[in-house]
Design a protein around this ligand. Sequence first.
Ligand SMILES: Cc1cc2nc3c(=O)[nH]c(=O)nc-3n(C[C@H](O)[C@H](O)[C@H](O)COP(=O)(O)O)c2cc1C
Length: 656
Amino acid sequence: MKYPNLFKPIKIGNTLFRNRIFSAPIGHPDVTLDGNFSDDAIAFYERKAQGGAAAVTLGEAIVDSVYGKRHAFQISLDNQNVFHSLSRLADSVTRHGAAVSIELQHSGMQATPGIVTPGFCTASDIVYGPSDYELDGKKIREMPEEIILEIIEKFARAALFVKNCGFTMVTVHAGHGWLLNQFLAPRLNRRKDKWGGNTENRARFVVEVCNAIHRLCGDDFPVEVRISGSEVLEGGYGIEEGIRIAKALDGYADIIHVSVGGGIGLPNAQLGFSITHPCMFKEDGVNVKYAAEIKKHVKKSAVATVGALSDPAMMEEIIASGKADIVEMARGLVCDPDLPSKARDGRDDEIVRCIRCFACFSDLVKHGGCFCALNPVTNRERTFGRLLPEAKKQKVLVVGGGIGGMQAALTAAENGHEVILCEKSGRLGGRIRCEENVPFKKHLKRYIEQRERLLAKAGVEVRLNTEVTPEYAKSTEADVIIAAIGAVPLIPDIPGIDGANVIGAEEAFLNPAKVKHSALILGAGLVGTELAIYLHGLGKKVQIIEKIAQFNHGSNELHGMAVKSKLAEEGIEVSFSTAAVKIDAGGVWCKTPAGERYYEADTVIYAVGQKPLTEEAMALYDCAAHFYPLGDCVTPGNIGDATAQAMTIARNVGRF
Ligand SMILES: Cc1cc2nc3c(=O)[nH]c(=O)nc-3n(C[C@H](O)[C@H](O)[C@H](O)COP(=O)(O)O)c2cc1C
């Protein structure tokens, strides 16, 4: 076995975990009107158990619907109606040999007053926290002791409830700025009674929750406690306090799960999200150091680490060197639920590594479903698991070797068709290939190379440097044409755009040396802003101008937030409501809200959007019996749009 430590079972309480890889808490707001998990949500969690994780943890289930709810689509564990769906969920995970856990949460100061839970109750208008506080205009009252005691009982009753549903363990959320973390944080907990003051007092709430759960559910029922080992942000508590918290919980929690972040009320709180959920600008395993430090001080409880993990070799080293006893992953398993079984079998090169693009979380917030840009099956397990009528074998010509074209070719081949994939350029990967040397896109480069190997393995005939004209398409005698020919960069109509000092974003990514010293980027979309971060990292002076009054980051709001934070951190200036009027050899004349301004730059780079190659795709529509255009040549979209559409269309071939 390649990773003997990672796959060494561990016994906690009465439970044997088959390896050291846990699926970290992921909330799933796809609940029915009566507050139950949908069948799709159940299938989403089941898939992680099937892929080999030792434990699968459901996120944010609320123990107290009166004072503890943040939003309407959180499961309420004080609602007996959820018994059946939780039982089905527990069964769907444990049948695969994995433990199933659920995160017990109370929002405290972050609760939404008066929130109505589907099919259940309406929350109180009063919001309690450890101490009186004003949070974003919301008045927080100090929680009376009788309510603290009531909530401790609610945590315990929720644990017993899920134990009766078939859950193996629970995960108490005492991190990320939720109620128990608010009690732990010295700046929020200013109480003078036994629930405030020194670390022991501030940790009393969590300790009593652990004790109450063990009392009701038995000492052998594992209780994992998720803490923020450090808030990381300036003004929040640091690792020294994290160590004291962990020492206070040692032996009460069976597992101390060391996450990071929080930051309620801090001026820089918005940066916390990409610390708790490391964005693509942070290195792999960036938060392991906090768990490793805590592990040195914890004697009785097991210690888990989490954050930006997806490399089994790194995870093996974490366990082998004693930095932690357990590694937890959220996005790594959203992207590839089979990561554990592939690592176990030494098939590392088959693991699809998360690019940390935040499509999953942005989709979760926006659409209630945790979809993955690289893995179209995630959160569509039931859709893609459905039996289809048998496919009639077809000859399929896929035109365009970008992300969508590669996915379509692969799926078509896996469904038994004869597939030719033609790509105009000399390499597969499409437009995104130009980013292959960008350090924060290294997992994307790996993904494209992996696709190339998979296409070869699936028997797809790849024809590079091949432009598909209608004549060429007809000559292949394909039954089906899938046109995934993408889009080309829009060139803005500005005097001077054809100057020798002007290049497109793609060229700048490919040849950063063309930017001598300073660049002005036209467009604050994702392409322009990520390019700015890349060039800045190479030591160039970069500025961005944007015509509209805000960033143009599309639907992936959380990645947009990470990009914004990174631009601010690096001091890259973005001027909004600023339109380029004329480009000359020394820079760009712009119209700004304050009048005309000249931006000096030796290189001007346009990144103002894409023009779909619709006409070129349409030229192929009558070259085969069936014609399917997909991806950017229909409407420019993101990677997730392309992979999902490609897999769906390719599966339909020969069937519908
Ligand atoms: C889609 C999504 C939903 C999440 N939901 C929760 C949640 O309900 N509770 C929680 O404590 N953490 C939640 N997390 C945070 C993860 O548990 C994890 O701490 C974080 O994503 C860092 O790990 P990763 O880099 O492996 O994704 C969520 C993360 C993602 C990506």
